[in-house]
Design a binder for this molecule. Structure first.
Ligand code: BGC
Length: 462
């Protein structure tokens, strides 16, 4: 049996890694779907449950709350129980939360269901990229892990389609309930797939780790990889204590920084408030609102697809830098257009053009690369814990931006708000330039060695 496995051709090895990637990335699909679907649901539950502005806010943000807390609390579990088991538990949370929300007899139950779905999203947001990064060969890791981001963007578009299909008859329970199908696929899929070989080895399951490495890598690479992982585990104990050791500081700075800047760049204000932004700019019909929303979603998918092969070819840093420049300029242009409102009839076209530059710029940079690097830069023994904390920084900042957007528009005006995001992106660009390393083609173990050797943030991918 073992020999049979070893005899597999390189193509078959690759095929198996793709299966593992696509199944884990369903976690991303659910992340996108469940964050997007609420915009349609809220229109109907508002009147059915007589929601006040306060309860409406709670229904909309319950997922973010759940994700923030679960991301903060579940990291240790991914190091203790393994990536695969955690993804299976995540799928169960997705199923339970979706059923509770779809059948909710009151607003309170709806909020409870959505918080449970949020728990699942928070866990899968870091566990799915981790699992994929630990089974990928280094030369394709960027693309494979970024499938998760591609699935997030597809999930967002699917949520618009589902909202649109069921909105004629006000079937909000179906809008939510349909999410149970991908959740079941994730559950069954993960139950059939093996655990990450890196995690197995970190727990001393050598034979199983070796067997899985044989399934996913070419024969000649297996022994060397096995040894590199084994070496990297020496002298590491894992847990919270390790997280505070000095040699891990560069990875923490990079991970927390990227997680933070991904959200303060304002992506979710553009994704979820696109119709509001276009309305403020002068496009007032319902058709233009629908076109704006779906256009933003589809652009996001298309440019994530374009980015996939480039992440391993050009590298993470060039894409991040190009994308950040695009975001800075497009946000500044939106601000400028709003500040000239009243004097210029061009406003709506400039706003439209800016969004059409902003979304592709995000999709080739902060979108995929933040989640990818969070899954790459930490040492194996604390990878789950550290990645989960970065993820929680991301969800916390996501909440902050969501809560403050409309307030900022009132305080600073739309122009001031977009300039503020543009300034955040400038600071983000400086951060990336000075602190973010290039990790293209390097093994995870090499990154770990560099950290141990005391290298600076920018140099840990050398
Ligand atoms: C971000 C989400 C965002 C999505 C849009 C993800 O990487 O974490 O906040 O909604 O990209 O594509």
């Amino acid at each position: 049996m073992q020999n049979q496995v070893v005899a597999k051709s390189g193509r078959e090895h690759k095929y198996f890694v793709y299966v593992m990637t696509l199944v884990a990335a369903i976690g991303g699909l659910l992340f996108g779907f469940d964050t997007g679907v609420i915009s349609g649901v809220i229109l109907f539950v508002k009147s059915q449950f007589h929601l006040t502005p306060m309860t409406e806010g709670l229904v909309v943000s319950a997922v973010l709350f759940g994700a923030f807390f679960s991301a903060a609390l579940s990291g240790r579990f991914s190091d203790i129980f393994g990536r695969r088991k955690l993804l299976i538990i995540t799928a169960i949370f997705f199923i339970i939360g979706t059923i509770v929300a779809a059948l909710a007899p009151t607003a309170l139950w709806l909020i409870v269901g959505r918080i449970i779905v949020g728990f699942a999203i928070g866990i899968s947001s870091f566990t799915a990229p981790l699992y994929i990064s630990e089974v990928s060969p280094p030369q394709h890791r960027g693309m494979l892990v970024s499938f998760n981001q591609l699935f997030i963007t597809i999930g967002i578009v699917l949520s618009y389609v589902v909202d649109f299909v069921f909105s004629n008859d006000g079937l909000w329970r179906w809008m939510l309930g349909i999410g149970v199908i991908p959740a079941i696929v994730l559950l069954v899929g993960m139950a059939c797939l093996p655990e990450s070989p890196r995690w197995l080895l970190s727990k001393g399951f050598e034979k199983r780790a070796h067997r899985i490495l044989q399934k996913i890598h070419a024969k000649k690479e297996v022994d060397q990889e096995f040894k590199e992982i084994e070496d990297s585990l020496k002298h590491q104990h894992g847990g919270w204590k390790m997280l505070f050791q000095k040699w891990l500081k560069p990875a923490i700075i990079i991970g927390f920084g990227l997680a933070f800047f991904q959200q303060v760049a304002g992506i979710n204000t553009i994704i979820y408030y696109a119709p509001t932004i276009f309305q403020m700019a002068g496009f007032q019909s319902a058709t233009s609102a629908i076109l704006a929303t779906s256009g933003v979603g589809v652009l996001n998918v298309l440019f994530t697809i374009i980015a996939l092969p480039l992440i391993d070819k050009w590298g993470r840093r060039p894409l991040l830098i190009i994308g950040m420049i695009g975001m800075i300029l497009s946000l500044a242009a939106t601000g400028l257009a709003f500040s000239a409102a009243g004097h210029s009839t061009m406003l709506k076209w400039i706003a439209l053009g800016s969004v059409m530059i902003y979304i592709p710029s995000f999709a080739i940079s902060l979108g995929p690369i933040v989640w990818l690097m969070i899954a790459e830069i930490f040492p194996l023994k604390v990878r789950g814990l550290a990645a989960s904390l970065c993820s929680s920084v991301n969800w916390g900042t996501n909440m902050l931006v969501a809560v403050t957007f409309l307030v900022l528009v009132q305080l600073l005006g739309p122009h001031g708000t977009f300039w503020l995001y543009s300034i955040m992106c400038i600071i983000g660009l400086v951060f990336i330039y000075f602190f973010v390393p290039e990790t293209k083609g390097v093994t995870l173990e090499r990154i770990e060695e560099n950290l141990l050797a005391g290298k600076k943030c920018r140099d840990i991918g050398e």
